[in-house]
Design a protein around this ligand. Sequence first.
Ligand SMILES: [Cu+2]
Length: 140
Amino acid sequence: MSRKLYNRRIVLRLGAATLATLSTAGCLSGETSSTQTVTMPDNHIFEPKTATVESGETVMWTNESNIQHTVTAYEDEVPNEATYFASGGFGSERAARNRISEGLIAPGKYYEHTFNQPGTYRYYCIPHESSGMVGTIQVG
Ligand SMILES: [Cu+2]
């Protein structure tokens, strides 16, 4: 009984320490990072088609059209050690495709992702991939 209580206290203490570390990291990255915007205008494209950002920068995709789009990374082409990204917050391309409605970005809304790993990232819009709605993020 008392042992159980003791264990729980340790867990709570670790939790607080972890949270403190995370919030400190958040502040530091907030000071140095910036955001670049890729728009989704009316004609089924990402503009610019290729965006170049620095490592640690955030890309914000804004839907300025009147239809829904996704931002979905080609998983095979995500650089080694980099985090997979897709609107809807999916951890894999398969999940993004299986649950497409959860990844749709409504008109006037946005999706953003921070790129911490240099490399070339190709991505697409699931509903409009076949009409050429694809893009590239080049992270230096
Ligand atoms: Cu689209």
